[in-house]
Design a protein around this ligand. Structure first.
Ligand SMILES: [Mn+2]
Length: 198
């Protein structure tokens, strides 16, 4: 896992050589904005912090966040690149009658770069869709909410330059998680292809 996050950073660095400015769309229950986790700077808990240090990464749009520490909340507030749509805010707005379509429009308008990198942590979804994931948290997006949003982002003219899907359970008896994970990946690939037509 640690090796894979180091490799992911190498990939981000390569992307930043090709694209001089991009926004990151992160669907996740967690910010992953820790400067270090147990003194280690390259874990999955620091991946968004490390990404934010790249000059080409102009913005990180965090969506569905609902489990974080004080340090991360401070980082998200003080880092000019972070724009956060907390899960509790998205839910409260829904309860007040603000439609998902309207909220997606607000999210789309907050994305300021044409090129986007999509990071999809399966725990951004409701845990009934990913019960075997490492750190499930109540709340989160429904499958169709996530893809309604992502499709709207692509239809606004953005181009997806790269994407990852993480934290899908590979535990025995996680067939349902694997099923959902495969469907998420399939739809992400479709969106990536669709966005190339923009
Ligand atoms: Mn997560």
């Amino acid at each position: 896992l640690e090796e894979s996050t180091v490799r992911l950073m190498d990939w981000f660095k390569a992307l930043s050589l090709k694209y001089e400015s991009f926004s990151v769309i992160q669907i996740d229950a967690h910010f992953d904005l820790r400067k270090a986790y147990e003194d280690y700077e390259h874990s999955h808990a620091s991946i968004m912090y490390n990404l934010s240090q790249l000059e080409a990464c102009k913005q990180i749009v965090h969506i569905g966040i609902r489990d974080y520490c004080e340090e991360e909340e401070e980082e998200a507030k003080s880092n000019q690149k972070s724009v956060t749509f907390f899960d509790h805010t998205l839910k409260s707005n829904r309860y007040k009658g603000i439609s998902w379509d309207k909220q997606c429009e607000i999210i789309v308008n907050a994305i300021h770069e044409k090129y986007i990198y999509l990071s999809f942590d399966i725990d951004g979804l409701d845990p009934k869709l990913c019960s075997g994931t490492g750190t499930p948290v109540p709340g989160g997006l429904e499958f169709h909410e996530a893809f309604y949003l992502l499709n709207k982002i692509v239809e606004s003219g953005k181009i997806i330059i790269g994407a990852d899907l993480c934290e899908v359970s590979n535990l025995p008896h996680s067939d349902f998680d694997a099923n959902i994970g495969a469907r998420v990946l399939f739809k992400m690939c479709n969106l990536l292809t669709k966005s190339k037509l923009n």
